[in-house]
Design a binder for this molecule. Sequence first.
Ligand code: GLA
Length: 384
Amino acid sequence: MNTQADRVREKYRALFGSEPGVWFSPGRINLIGEHVDYNDGYVMPAAINKGVWFAIARNDSDTIRFHAADLDESFSIPLQQLQRQEGWKNYVLGVLHELRLLQKNITGFDCVFGGDIPRGSGMSSSAAVEGGLAYALNELFGFGMGRTELALLCQRAEHNYPGVKCGIMDMYASLHGKKGQVLLLDCQRISHEYFPLKLDGYSIVLLNSKVHHSLASGEYNIRRHNCEEGLALLKEQLPVHSFRDITSVERIEPFRERMRPEVYACCRYVIEEMRRTRQAAACLQQNSLAGLGQLMFETHEGLSGLYKVGCAETDFLVEQAKNNTAVIGARQMGGGFGGCTINLVKTEAVDDFMEQCRLAYHNRFSIALEGYVMETADGTGKIE
Ligand code: GLA
């Protein structure tokens, strides 16, 4: 029995009195390739078995009714009055808005959704909400859109309603995930290959710092702007179209003085992270988990020192990982300023590692750390 699916189905029946279809939309982890999806880079995410479940059916009216089960909040909106609102509503309304822009004919429906992704953890609950709703409506109303098309729609939804100028990684990974596989996603071509995730005695452990700075989305857009500013200058000086064409940091050194220091630091981070991601793909192909882990540690330094999206809490957790011989790689994961660290840990030592981190973290920050051993999952789909 899938308790989350049952939970939304039962809530739906209680609220709306009819029988819904149920869909699952996963969250994601990302092994490496952080803050490069909006810079034409490669990223290496996988869909996970935590996510958001939707119970949805048409209601033969011209009103849409939503219930967010985790928050116990409802709202309804006539189809003719779709507009931006505040908070979580924008994640669902943004999707409806984009479907309408494509002239997709939506009629009234009822929707209950809820899940088990801790909020602000960097596992992409927002993309899971957007992607799950878009996917379910696509099936319910027979729009015939493909998964990549839906991911791009969700990205536009996030830009235009919540206002975060995110890349494509989260929604793409949620929609295209495959159990046991990592995606090597080319964010320039918007296409992917699958890599089997062979962990050979290691586990992927997420440690949830439980800090999430409210400034994060504003800071995210600032990082993106810094990259655009740097690239615009580099394009004037070098025969390049994107960061993808700049394979070594040496090439940007002559222009360093002409960039704002934070712009230079962002460009440098992006070029280095793109190199690390290429190396990480080679490591996975050669079954070198240790090589991948080393690159993850380096990514954390870049995120924290150059890109400046780290925080004391995740720095502390990565230090704990570095000092533990059972851990071969660790870094902050996702947009930044908190959320989870992702760790490659010897399976037999997972419990000890988590316990030791819990104690140390509580001593230092008085926060109850949570840890999760991750499992990969298939992308968004209907539950029969
Ligand atoms: C957030 C965004 C993604 C990506 C990551 C950082 O999760 O939604 O598009 O940029 O941050 O890698």
